[in-house]
Write a protein that binds this ligand. Structure first.
Ligand code: ADP
Ligand code: MG
Length: 717
């Protein structure tokens, strides 16, 4: 076969529906679909969840506790009895071999069936998990293969090679699909089709890392060779799985490398240094930049001076001073007569940024404006004019900035705050408001470095890993719902010292109305009964922009001492005098959301508190989240724990990040392979001049196949 024909059949076969498999008919197909499996390729990558060692039969005294074991034994006694304590009926079969005895128990059973199946003297192969209760060992609801008299064990083993005499895969199942059926299906699948799964990783890379071909790896991972070490297999460190992981990462990174190359191919603006505004700002600032801010600014400056457009992710924990870095970067663009757009996920945050920028811009003689979604038409038209003719230096706003009709005279820099709230599409919309403007995307959701490298592989990453000096740690305390008054006491104490506080309520979308009501009622109760001597404000997403603005202003200026809010305050709000935050129904929040919320306090020089009040009953996952919050304040550790609890797919949503789903690889466990695959993929893109050489053609086709439409790129056209 010429490579072309081979790869065509490869594509076709992988896309075949599963019912081309013998034994998968109209009854079986829906069951497989329930597992998310539609095609041959889907089934290839539905890997065993674990393995069962049935290479040899053990003696009863060799069986390990808490493991699936397989052994041959003879029935010594069989009958029903009643447990002493719970007085439940059970069926018990005692079996033995020359080495010992073990008890088999059924708690749900049909007595006549068991009696008939296991008469004294019956020989069988038993399969099940061994449990130890004090000195006794038991297996509950074991599987069994009866050995008829006259049949030898060897005969039985060889007559059913799919279920005995080897290491067996154990698959995730669904209703109506048994392990035995699954094994049959995957045996046929691999036997008949694995060979059509071609390998596209360049041969020299395959050799360098001793990678198996995809066909061989699929074979081994589903039906491991008997020589394989079971521990290695269980840990997913076998060569077969690792080869599949490499393959998956290689194509992921290949796509990212191409994207990155595409970015570098574009022509952008090379800014020059004038220091016209940056030096005066530096002199006016009431504090010195932190070392981390300075280093990050250096990286941004270098990018902005280069002729290629900047695509940089600025990552820094809440309160690390990203806004100031954005401000300085904005000034560099403006010194070059370019405009800047700053996009934030919420109105509140947009306003907040507007205040910050305006404060300094007024002093520097520069103009800034806030573009809101629901402005009066005339005012908006006027604003759009000023933006289009270049009268405004910097525009702040929400999605409103990305809308059609917003045109810039010369957009030089786009800043996206809290990147995790936006998808790639928004980033690209902003980019197209100018001729390849520099892009700075900021996030306070600290993503472990390896993950950000993958998820944002087409971005360079800068990290602010230091907080401004003088910050006091925030003490986080977990209360029970019944201990709420203790939390109130803490708040009272702080308010008396002239400080301010937040009380936060979750807003779960489905029941938004009732949640909102809860927040409103709580605000009233707090005002009338708990803190009658203080001024209390209410802030929620359903309020009009002007109302929100007014409440926020009053809070900023200290006219309101206690702010009852829904999560609208989650990101970016900056009131240093607020030292206490109480979070109601804290179990309803995600970990990074809690961390973001907590970041609203501890912004000044005073000791701050975060008080978590969970609902009366909450899940084990919620308990883990709350424990992490109490234990650490370090955003990176919070993010790592979040990743562990939720799993990477959910963590940032690979879909939203515009990446193909990972089927085999695990971003946490397979980090070393990821790094190698990344290196090789980037080298390969370089070496093949962005996959344009003839030998790279099949690789490119495979890449397009795997990334689907997500590779929107001129470079691959
Ligand atoms: P975030 O990274 O969460 O966006 P901000 O930019 O809102 O953080 O900064 C948090 C607070 O720290 C602001 O009040 C800001 O004025 C202040 N800040 C920023 N940089 C410094 C610094 N180098 N020294 C002292 N305070 C700073
Ligand atoms: Mg911020």
């Amino acid at each position: 076969m010429t490579p072309d024909i081979a790869s065509t059949t490869h594509h076709q076969i992988l896309n075949q529906r599963l019912d081309i498999l013998h034994g998968v008919g109209p009854r079986m197909l829906p069951k497989l679909q329930k597992l998310g499996l539609e095609t041959i390729e889907d089934a290839f990558y539905h890997l065993p969840v674990r393995y069962e060692d049935r290479r040899q039969l053990k003696k009863i005294n060799q069986l390990n506790d808490n493991q699936q074991e397989v052994f041959v034994a003879t029935v010594l006694a069989s009958g029903e009895s009643t447990t002493t304590r719970s007085r439940r009926r059970i069926y018990e079969v005692i079996v033995g071999d020359e080495s010992g005895k073990i008890s088999l128990k059924w708690f749900r059973y049909r007595k006549p069936w068991l009696q008939k199946r296991f008469p004294v003297g019956q020989q069988a192969i038993f399969i099940g998990e061994v449990k130890r209760f004090a000195a006794n060992r038991e297996i509950h609801h074991p599987d069994a293969e009866l050995i008829s008299s006259g049949q030898s064990i060897e005969q039985l083993l060889t007559s059913d090679p799919l279920n005995f005499g080897r290491i067996l895969p154990v698959y995730a199942l669904t209703d109506g699909l048994t392990q035995k059926q699954a094994r049959k299906i995957w045996y046929r699948l691999i036997d008949e089709y694995a060979a059509s799964a071609l390998t596209f990783i360049p041969p020299e890379v395959q050799q360098k890392y001793c990678l198996l071909s995809n066909a061989e790896a699929l074979n081994q991972v589903h039906w491991p060779d008997n020589r394989v070490d079971l521990m290695t297999l269980e840990k997913g460190q076998d060569q077969a799985r690792q080869s599949l992981v490499f393959d998956e990462f290689f194509f992921l990174e290949l796509g990212l490398a191409l994207k990155r190359a595409g970015v570098q191919l574009e022509e952008g603006v090379a800014f020059k240094f004038a220091h016209k505004f940056t030096i005066p700002l530096n002199k006016m600032l009431p504090f010195k930049l932190t070392d981390a801010q300075r280093r990050v600014l250096g990286e941004i400056k270098r990018d902005m001076m280069a002729p290629e457009p900047m695509h940089r992710l600025l990552q820094g924990d809440v309160g690390s001073g990203k806004t100031l870095v954005a401000l300085m970067s904005a000034l560099i663009a403006i010194e070059n007569n370019a405009q800047v757009a700053v996009v934030a996920p919420t109105e509140i945050l947009a306003e907040q940024h507007y205040h910050t920028f305006k404060h300094w811009f007024d002093k520097l003689g520069l103009t800034t404006c806030l573009l809101q979604g629901n402005m009066p038409v005339a005012a908006k038209r006027e604003l759009l004019n000023q933006i289009a003719n270049g009268a405004v230096d910097l525009v702040v706003g929400t999605h409103a900035v990305l809308q059609e009709g917003v045109e810039f005279h010369f957009l030089g820099l786009g800043v996206v705050d809290e990147q995790h709230r936006f998808g790639v599409r928004q980033r690209s919309l902003l980019k197209h408001k100018g001729a390849n403007p520099d892009m700075l995307v900021m996030t306070a959701t600290p993503i472990p470095r390896t993950l950000s490298m993958t998820l944002y592989g087409d971005l360079s990453v800068s990290v602010i890993d230091q907080l401004p000096p003088g910050r006091k740690p925030v003490t986080t305390e977990l209360f029970r719902a019944s201990q709420r008054h203790q939390a109130y006491q803490r708040i009272h104490h702080e308010l008396e010292q002239g400080r301010q506080a937040y009380v936060v309520y979750p807003l779960v979308e489905e029941s938004e109305k009732s949640d909102l009501q809860a927040a409103c009622v709580a605000a009233e109760t707090l005002a009338e009964e708990v803190f009658p001597d203080f001024k209390i404000g209410l802030l929620h997403g359903q309020m009009k922009t002007a109302e929100k603005e007014q409440v926020m202003n009053q809070f900023r200026q200290g006219e309101i001492q206690l702010l009852v809010a829904t999560t609208v305050i989650e990101v970016g709000v900056d009131v240093p005098n607020a030292t206490v935050m109480m979070i109601e129904h804290a179990d309803c929040f995600g970990l990074s959301q809690l961390h973001q919320l907590r970041g609203r306090v501890g912004r000044g020089a005073d000791k701050s508190y975060c008080l978590l009040i969970p609902s009366e009953h909450y899940s084990e996952d919620a308990r883990r989240r709350l424990r992490v919050m109490v234990e650490t304040e370090d955003g990176f550790r919070v993010a790592e724990a979040d990743l562990e609890i939720r799993g990477p797919g959910d963590f940032l949503g690979t879909r939203q990040a515009g990446l193909p789903d990972l089927r085999v690889a695990n971003l946490l466990k397979d980090v070393r392979i990821l790094e190698r695959a990344r290196q090789e993929a980037f080298d390969y893109v370089n070496k093949t001049n962005q996959l344009t050489t003839p030998e790279a053609e099949p690789v490119k086709q495979e890449l397009i196949r795997r990334w689907g439409g997500r590779l929107e790129l001129a470079a691959i056209g």
